[in-house]
Design a protein around this ligand. Structure first.
Ligand SMILES: [Cu+2]
Length: 129
């Protein structure tokens, strides 16, 4: 690829941080704890940071914050996010994203809106038999 894409949502980072500082750390009372095969985007973090599933299962991310998040495989700065193994849309509060994992392995991911704070999260997929 010769064109470096800078997703427009990176422009939201500063504004998001300002809003997040005041509001996001206290949720709206929903939530509780994430269930099996579930990750919450919560208080500008992934909860849990590391999740283990079996091959053939899916992970569902749910945004519990008022600020938008993504779940994007790879690391911040990866040049071609379009080649990411998974890449959610920009999830607003209550938004969910589900991705099936058919092959064993470890899949690191991050949030494109908060690459400094929400990164190095991991889905560990254990092989069946
Ligand atoms: Cu985020």
């Amino acid at each position: 690829m010769t064109t470096k894409r800078k997703p427009a949502i990176f422009g939201l980072i500063l504004a998001t941080l300002v809003v997040a500082g005041g509001l996001a750390f206290e949720g709206c009372g929903g939530g509780g704890d994430p269930g099996a095969n579930e990750v919450f985007m919560q208080a500008i973090a992934f909860n849990p940071m590391e999740i283990t599933i079996q091959a053939g299962e899916s992970v569902t991310w749910t945004n519990q914050d008022i600020v938008p998040h993504t779940a994007t495989s790879g690391n911040p700065g990866d040049e071609d996010l379009g080649a990411a193994i998974f890449r959610s849309a920009l999830l607003s509060q209550g938004g969910t994203f589900t991705h099936p994992f058919n092959d064993p392995g470890e899949f690191v991911y991050f949030c494109e809106v908060h690459p400094g704070m929400m990164r190095d999260a991991k889905v560990i997929v254990e092989g069946g038999n």
